[in-house]
Design a protein around this ligand. Structure first.
Ligand SMILES: [Zn+2]
Length: 273
């Protein structure tokens, strides 16, 4: 599932190509993928619009159109948005093709959980999935004390808190495990038991890991590709995620693999306390 660094990479690769482009046509191959909160047909509302901005909130990509509309892209498990400069035939997983003045943008999704949701830009904060999101970890306004405040009331374990999008937006299984390893904190620790020094370590680890993930253009295990169709490279730098049973790159001990907060979690009992 694309997490913050992957969606940010899609945003960055897409921005160079689609900003200022007019959507001159659209083909919807799987209608449930195109959701509209407005009266009127999705296609009719979108066609003839100019793409004026592209942003991100948590794991959601936001494409602003000049008619005061925004397309919110929910990638979920296997959603992809890829830009082609030349004509490209759709494959069997392509759900929507946006034809631009120059090139085309394909939304595809093998598992079909993802959505492209059309909403009025002014109402974006009211959309259920966005309205409950916690702070953006890479915003300048997000300091360690804010993270501490977000975590202090939580009685569940720290892994569950990091995955909770209302606590902090954008972290998923990969970057939560990596941040906890770097901070030296065991994933099953009760969130409220973290000392101030540990919250600072965790805050720094989250920011570093996310920035390194963006620099590497994301992590590609199975499905993720950026908007150019390229894989990211952060998978080569993972310390714990997906490495259960293998040697810890720091201490050499075998890494533990266990379900925590309903998700497969990998950690080192020697390096994490
Ligand atoms: Zn270790």
């Amino acid at each position: 599932m694309p997490e913050l660094p992957e969606v940010e990479s899609i945003k960055l690769t897409l921005a160079e190509k689609i900003l200022g482009e007019k959507i001159v046509g659209i083909e919807i191959y799987w209608p449930p993928a195109a959701e509209s909160a407005l009266d009127g047909d999705f296609s009719e509302l979108v066609v003839d619009s100019v793409i004026v901005d592209i942003g991100r909130r948590g794991k959601y990509l936001l494409i602003d159109l000049d008619k005061g509309l925004t397309m919110i892209i929910h990638f979920r498990m296997t959603g992809r948005l890829i830009y082609y400069s030349q004509k490209q035939p759709p494959d069997k997983h392509t759900h929507i093709v946006f034809y631009l003045e120059n090139g085309e943008m394909h939304y595809s999704d093998i598992r079909k959980f993802g959505r492209v949701q059309l909403v009025p830009t002014k109402d974006i904060h009211k959309v259920a999935s966005l309205s409950k999101l916690g702070p953006e970890p890479l915003d300048e306004s997000f300091a360690f004390d804010k993270l501490g405040k977000q975590l202090s009331f939580k009685k569940k374990c720290i892994k569950a808190s990091l995955l909770d999008q209302t606590v902090i937006a954008g972290l998923g299984n990969i970057y939560a495990d990596e941040a906890l390893f770097r901070a030296g904190i065991l994933p099953e620790r009760v969130t409220g038991s973290l000392k101030a020094s540990e919250v600072i370590l965790l805050y720094n680890s989250i920011c570093e890991i996310l920035n390194e993930g963006i620099e590497a253009r994301g992590t590609s295990f199975r499905d993720y590709r950026d908007a150019d169709g390229n894989k990211g490279s952060f998978q080569d730098r993972l310390m714990v995620y997906g490495r259960g049973g293998q040697e810890c790159k720091i201490c050499g001990q075998a890494l533990e693999r266990k379900k925590v907060a309903g998700r497969t979690t990998v950690f080192c009992t020697q390096c994490q306390k």
